[in-house]
Design a binder for this molecule. Structure first.
Ligand code: MSP
Length: 664
């Protein structure tokens, strides 16, 4: 049973296991995770469910193709999904799999309730079926699916029907009584006109499919995927015993717009038929588009989350997705815009404000939050802005207006940057009044930073946790009650915590190159079901694109494959920085037979002068390419160390090796 806090139960869609997550799926999960963190900070006892949708013809076929039993196939795929959410820090509180026993019991129980109440009858059905969308579609034989454009199949089978037609009026009444049930407005209108147009009964079992939950006493009937899948939301929080856990009905089902009808028509109808409480709200978000088309595996235009997280961090992806797209509408994804946002809003905005505030307090106030003296009108004006922003941000979060909420927060950051520029605390002297004025300005800035940190935490959990401890705040920002957030709560005299890297500025072209290279490697990875060890290794090279993408570690290679890479001992002759590329050094390297020009992404860690004469390992048979307009003809090998991938040059400290010697 939940605590005495009000409960809030929210769900992501449960994802199909015949593919791996791309950032479209990640978007749904990140949004849910943001709401989950926000609601916790507003004092709710929150449960978030995510999971995997594991039955149906698609899985039967994929498992067959992989040469493994379905149960093994889905177990491996579900583990991949769950591990990825873990890695991204967005694991829900409940992870439901439709092959879980408790789920099968719930589906069978729900069916019995619907049947006992007279809403289920046996029949036959012939229709065009889209196996990719797991739905009968309204087209003629030979025509393609109107939703995904792929071929449909003609299916005739004995099945059980659900009397959806009986729910037209109850559903319309429900929508009228609960105007916020379907969001946003455009989706509500779409659903309303669909239901007003009349509802046909729905086939909810199959005899043509083997891989599904059996209908008790009616074998070989198994449940149709949507009756099965939707019920997962209930199975996750107690199933037939939902009253004991206290989380049902769900407060929010968050879904992509293509599945709104299943959630806003079928699901409430099933629940009404069984006499169960209905969810409070279904929110349909838009799609992430890539080159104006929905990102999807079938179109081959997917972007995976791992490369982005590896290069820019999880918070950068979260921020970009929530800031760039108006929630509910479609949004275009581009690496360019992602890195742009990262540099301008995160590195130059929040990151810069945090590091300069901490540095000034460190230098001028002995590393302790200063005690403000007399507030001037300009301090009070900033305080008023901050107080207003708190109200507006909470209001936007409540409406899932993430983009506007973040815009508000960033306008406060901009106002604070401007305040620092006009008040220029750095130019004040050491007289008593100057010291007092500086203390007041720095306290005011730190107080804005505290408020910004608390407000941004649901979106940027990782980095705000660092800023929170930098400001010497107790616990985690996630446990701070947002209802009590007010201007003026920052206590003076608290020592600052450890300063940690937040959002180091990154060269756009280089970041994009690294993400794209890793993306290509990810796409090449064999399916986790057939592979033996499909995890990517970490990046080992410092030549070319700084730390280039990880090699596929899945298969063993023969010695002849290794022999194709020609590596030699080289000696660095000259080294210089490249204007406009903070990470690259331009080197000339003697490889025994010639002097090569090679660019290496080591500028942030090695002084050019100290490299002269150093012997390094060089890949000499790489095709030449241009980096930031400079030709690079080879690659210097380095280890990639720590989460930031600090390059450490491989070398030969023990023996004076001959220049040009081959590495074997
Ligand atoms: N298994 C069903 C859902 C059953 S829920 C009871 C399903 N699975 S799915 O894996 O195909 O997609 C699930 C969700 O992923 C979509 O509803 C949507 O939320 C999200 N997205 C998949 N591609 C997307 C984009 N390109 N953009 C945004 N979200 C997308 O449907």
């Amino acid at each position: 049973m939940p605590s005495n806090k009000p409960k809030f139960y929210l769900t992501t869609p449960i994802y199909y296991t015949n593919g791996l997550p791309h950032i479209g799926h990640t978007y749904s999960t990140i949004v849910c995770d943001t709401i989950r963190r926000y609601k916790r900070m507003r004092g709710y006892d929150v449960v978030m469910t995510t999971g995997t949708d594991e039955h149906g013809v698609n899985v039967e076929r994929s498992a067959k193709k992989a040469g493994v039993p379905e149960s093994e196939f889905v177990a491996k795929m579900a583990a991949e999904w769950s591990a990825l959410w873990d890695e991204l820090g967005v694991q829900g509180d409940e992870f439901i799999r439709t092959t879980d026993l408790k789920h099968a019991h719930t589906v069978q129980w729900l069916f019995k309730q619907c049947r006992d109440n007279g809403f289920v009858y046996p029949g036959h059905y012939t229709g065009q079926y889209c196996i990719y969308d797991n739905a009968y579609v309204d087209v003629k034989p030979g025509e393609n699916c109107p939703d995904c454009g792929r071929p449909t199949e003609t299916v005739t089978e004995a099945n059980f029907y659900f009397k959806l037609s009986a729910f037209q009026k109850p559903l319309l009444d429900w929508y009228a009584k609960h105007p916020d049930f379907i969001q946003p407005e455009a989706r509500r209108n779409e659903v309303l006109s669909f239901v007003e147009g009349g509802l046909r009964d729905l086939s909810i079992t199959r005899t043509s499919v083997r891989w599904g939950i059996p209908v008790p006493g009616e074998e070989p009937h198994v449940f149709y995927v949507w009756f099965d899948a939707l019920t997962a939301y209930l199975s996750a929080v107690g199933g037939p015993q939902y009253e004991k856990t206290g989380y049902w009905p769900a407060d929010l089902h968050l879904v992509g717009k293509e599945i709104i009808r299943f959630h806003a028509v079928y699901w409430p109808a099933f629940l009404m038929a069984a006499g169960l409480p209905l969810p409070k709200q279904v929110w349909a978000h838009g799609w992430l588009l890539m080159d104006s088309a929905k990102m999807s595996k079938s179109l081959g235009n997917v972007v995976r989350p791992r490369p982005i997280v590896h290069v820019l961090g999880m918070d950068a992806l979260r921020y970009y997705l929530l800031r760039e797209t108006v929630f509910g509408q479609d949004g275009n994804f581009s690496y360019d815009a992602l890195v742009q946002r990262y540099n301008s809003d995160l590195a130059n905005g929040l990151g810069n404000l945090a590091s300069r505030t901490a540095a000034m307090i460190e230098k001028n106030c002995g590393g302790k939050i200063p005690k403000p003296a007399v507030f001037q009108p300009q301090d009070t004006a900033l305080a008023t802005t901050a107080q207003e922003v708190i109200g507006e941000v909470l209001e936007q979060y409540d409406k899932l207006g993430f983009s506007l909420a973040l815009e508000e927060i960033w306008s406060l950051i901009a106002a604070t940057d401007k305040y620092l520029t006009t008040e220029h605390p750095w130019s004040l002297g050491e007289s008593e009044p100057d010291q007092q004025r500086r203390a007041t300005i720095l306290w005011t800035t730190a107080e804005v930073l505290r408020i910004v940190t608390a407000l941004t935490h649901p979106v940027l959990p990782e980095s705000t946790t660092k800023v929170w401890s930098l400001l010497g705040q107790p616990d985690q920002p996630g446990s701070f009650p947002l209802d009590g957030l007010r201007w003026g709560q920052l206590a003076p005299a608290k020592p600052l915590g450890k300063s940690q890297a937040l959002f180091p500025r990154i060269e756009k072209a280089e970041a994009i190159e690294r993400m794209e290279a890793m993306e290509k490697e990810e796409q090449k990875q064999p399916s986790p079901v057939t592979a033996t060890a499909a995890k990517p290794a970490s990046a080992p090279a410092a030549g070319g694109a700084a730390t280039a993408a990880a090699p596929a570690a899945a298969e063993k290679i023969g010695i002849e494959d290794f022999a194709r890479v020609e590596m030699r001992v080289g000696q660095i002759k000259t080294a210089e920085r490249i204007v406009g590329a903070d990470k690259l050094l331009k080197l000339t390297v003697d490889i025994g037979t010639e002097i090569r020009q090679i660019c290496a992404g080591i500028a942030q860690y090695y002084e050019p002068e100290k490299l002269i004469g150093r012997k390094v390992a060089v890949v000499v048979n790489l095709a030449p390419r241009k980096l930031r307009g400079v030709e690079s003809n080879g690659m210097i090998i380095a280890a990639s160390v720590g989460p930031e991938g600090r390059p450490v040059l491989a070398g030969f400290p023990d023996e004076d090796v001959e220049i040009g010697a081959r590495l074997k």
